[in-house]
Design a protein around this ligand. Structure first.
Ligand code: FRU
Length: 470
């Protein structure tokens, strides 16, 4: 361990230990979402199933609650509900990543867990932010036990990227296809188009540039955190584009995350669908687990959010969380997302809800399922939010206080069949029509008890209390 790594390790351990005890009693700490021990969390990284355990790494700034120098924090689990915090696994401690171990992915092989990530190096001097102010290396590191990682190798130094790209190239996602490995990197071209670069390799060390993928018509200036995978015979490219103009029913956040289903190996702007219509969702990543499920986890946060928004957890010394793991399924040209079935193990039955019994009081985290007949419907969680469906439009409206500056998000759907709400102490994931549309949102209520009221013709449903994950 280098002297610098040792300083980081000791300082982080100290700050985590100090905060850990205090954090437990903070009202907005979550019960079934992964969050940073203290400080700041952003993108999920290195999602994998390796030697009997799930691994979830994340962008972590333990020292700065508003984000700063990035490390990789690490959780692991056998069953997606009992999690162990494994500490920090990657430190910005080499010349190739000294200003941040940025986002990346994992490739799990039988005997080795490989991580690929962006080593961020900021350049001082006569440089500009867009074109040449940083050097973003693609680094590779291996582990046998999934916990300790070895020597960092710079497999694509930043000098080797194509000429027509700015210095914004990052977030390698690596996977195996047949007898070769493939990698996709997100980027900003010099003509200000967002795009991804496609690489392949036989040995994970030598990477050849095979081409790029982007829309013919510009769709944002930068595509971050790409992912590429197959789902029921469809080739899917997931990206997080920046610089797409806001519309009333789509693209309502400053930055987006969504996917294209490729047609003849190409992506088309009109095919882009957002993963999530809520305020707090960005930079998702997917992986395949032991059961062969394609699972997605996103960052429940939003960089450079609206100015009027104040994240109330700042006072508690931490910010942001990850979504619950969501299983992906393809159906009729769309990808549906639904919480993995393991989360059902946290449920404790509370009560049936129906036409004759439309109200209840919630206390802390809960899981609500409703089957709805066609027609308008409304779910009100008093002093937190209201979800209303009418004439093909879903509107999520935050309470002014609890929304902390956020008001409405909208989505269009042809009909409403079902609503599921996974509500945590200060985060909710709302799944409409078994995950055809999802809204993820943070909220800051007063106290833990809230009146829940449903207004819909002939609905059936139930509510469970959700136990805390360990
Ligand atoms: C996305 C992102 C990535 C980058 C990371 C840095 O939120 O900007 O592109 O690698 O965050 O933390």
């Amino acid at each position: 361990m280098s002297a610098l790594t040792k300083v980081f390790t000791d300082e982080i351990r100290k700050i985590e230990e100090t905060h850990w005890a205090e954090m437990v009693s903070k009202p907005y700490r979550l019960t079934h979402h992964l969050m940073p021990p203290c400080g700041w969390l952003n993108d999920p990284n290195g999602l994998s199933w390796y030697q009997g355990r799930y691994h979830v790494f994340f962008q972590y700034s333990p020292f700065e609650v508003k984000g700063g120098l990035k490390f990789w924090g690490h959780y692991s689990s056998e069953d997606l509900i009992n999690w162990t915090y494994e500490g920090v696994s990657l430190y910005p401690d080499s010349p190739a990543d000294c200003h941040g171990v940025y986002s990346g992915s994992a490739l799990a092989e039988e005997e080795t867990l490989h991580l690929f990530y962006t080593g961020n190096v900021k350049l001082d001097g006569d440089y500009d932010y867009i074109n040449n102010g940083r050097c973003a290396n693609t680094l590779h590191v291996e582990s046998k036990d999934g916990i300790e990682f070895g020597i960092k190798e710079n497999v694509i130094p930043c000098t080797q990227y194509p000429e027509d790209y700015t210095c914004h190239i990052r977030d390698p996602k690596v996977w195996k296809e047949g007898d070769r490995y493939r990698m996709v990197l997100g980027g900003r071209r010099k003509d200000d188009h967002g795009a991804v670069l496609l690489y392949s390799s036989r040995d994970l060390k030598q990477w050849n540039l095979d081409g790029e993928l982007t829309t013919e018509e510009k769709f944002g200036y930068m595509w971050e955190c790409p992912d590429m995978f197959e789902l029921s015979g469809n080739e899917i490219l997931s990206v997080s584009p920046q610089g797409v103009e806001r519309e009333e029913y789509r693209y309502q956040n400053i930055y987006l995350s969504g996917y294209f289903i490729l047609r003849d190996g190409k992506v088309f702007k009109e095919d882009f669908r957002e993963w999530d219509m809520g305020f707090d969702f960005y930079a998702p990543q997917t992986f395949v687990d032991k059961k062969g499920r394609r699972i997605l986890i996103g960052w429940m946060g939003m960089p450079d959010a609206e100015e009027e928004y104040v994240n109330n957890t700042l006072e508690e010394g931490w910010q942001h969380c990850l979504t619950v793991p969501r299983e992906l399924k393809y159906c009729n040209g769309k990808v549906y997302q639904y919480p993995v079935e393991e989360l059902m193990n946290l449920r404790r039955w509370k009560k049936k809800l129906c036409d004759a019994d439309r109200e209840t009081e919630t206390d802390g985290a809960f899981d609500l399922e409703l089957q709805v007949q066609k027609g308008p419907a409304k779910v009100v969680l008093a002093d937190i939010f209201k979800l209303e469906y009418r004439d093909g439009i879903l509107v999520l409206e935050m309470d002014q206080q609890a929304g902390a500056g956020r008001r409405t998000r909208k989505a269009c759907i042809e009909e409403l069949r079902s609503i599921r709400i996974l509500a945590d102490t200060s985060a909710a994931e709302i799944y409409v029509n078994e995950g055809e549309v999802v809204f993820s949102v943070r909220f800051y209520g007063k106290g833990t008890k809230h009146r829940l009221k449903i207004e819909a013709e002939g609905f059936r449903g139930g509510i469970w209390k959700l136990e805390k994950m360990s």
